[in-house]
Design a protein around this ligand. Structure first.
Ligand code: ZN
Ligand code: ZN
Length: 172
């Protein structure tokens, strides 16, 4: 087993950067794919930063370790991280994770009526009459039109679309 140099997870099957080539393996923990995501110009630091900002979602749930302690794990590679209790609400259309409220109520699925500042989708409106189709279509259109930031009043200074698109490609 090898250690992921980004998140410190001790479960990689191959050395991330072997003798000559990157392994192409996806870290079960942080989701980074060596030789693929770095190829897209994403640095390890940047991936780690955006991953920890999302409160370290474990990527591949079947590998989720018992008693997983992310703070310990990151400490192992010299990163100090404090778990936050902030709940991030992400958009099911574009994966932007800064919605004010959960797009759909967890228990009953009621839409929040919020407009995603990133892709412009309004939950409870643009998902009518077919939620899944509506979401998919909107996403396709949004990407086709260049995945532009929607809301002029909620500009995010450090927002880049690259990571979000990678995330989207993986969850789709
Ligand atoms: Zn990792
Ligand atoms: Zn969105």
């Amino acid at each position: 087993m090898y250690i992921c140099i980004i998140c410190g997870y001790k479960g990689l099957e191959m050395e991330s950067y072997g003798k000559e080539y990157p392994s192409g393996e996806v870290c079960s923990c942080c989701g980074f794919q060596f030789g693929e995501d770095d190829d897209k110009g994403i640095s390890h630091d940047r991936w780690r930063e955006s991953w920890t900002k999302k409160d370290c979602p474990f990527w591949y749930s079947p590998d989720y370790p018992e008693n997983w302690d992310i703070e310990e794990q990151l400490k192992g590679i010299g990163i100090t991280y404090k778990k936050s209790n902030v709940i991030r609400n992400s958009c099911p259309v574009c994966a932007f994770d800064g919605l004010f409220e959960s797009a759909y109520d967890e228990e009953y699925g009621y839409p929040s009526d919020e407009i995603c500042p990133c892709c412009g989708f309004q939950f409870g409106l643009d998902d009518y009459p077919n939620k899944n189709k509506g979401i998919q279509k909107w996403r396709e259109n949004w990407i086709r039109k260049g995945s532009l930031w929607y809301s002029k009043s909620r500009i995010q200074p450090n927002w880049t679309v690259t990571e979000q698109l990678i995330l989207l490609a993986k969850i789709r």
